[in-house]
Ligand binder design. Structure first.
Ligand code: ZN
Length: 94
């Protein structure tokens, strides 16, 4: 249940902040450390995003990653060619 508690504390921090309360006052009200309040508030404003619009650590590849990486640009066409060749082989083509 610790995740649930964490989440409700985080929600309370943002609610109190939105109502105009200072970080010190929020820390006193929720009986948590002021640094914890600051950390939760900082997290909200810094959500890193990939250029494709998904989270920056999303799985797999995307156009933005492909464009940004000369390694991907060198390797992936070979991968696609190899896949196409193995599909063709599976169909019995040469
Ligand atoms: Zn992406």
């Amino acid at each position: 249940m610790s995740n649930f508690i964490e989440r409700s504390v985080e929600a309370a921090i943002h609610e109190l902040r939105d109502s105009g309360m200072s970080m010190n006052a929020i820390a006193r009200r929720l009986e948590i450390c002021r640094g914890t309040v600051a950390r939760y508030l900082r997290n909200e404003t810094s959500v890193p995003e990939c250029a494709c619009g998904r989270p920056v650590d999303h799985r797999g590849t995307c156009d933005a990653r492909y464009e940004a990486s000369s390694v991907r640009q060198a390797v992936m066409p070979k991968m696609w060619a190899a896949r196409a060749a193995s599909r063709a082989a599976a169909r019995g083509e040469q």
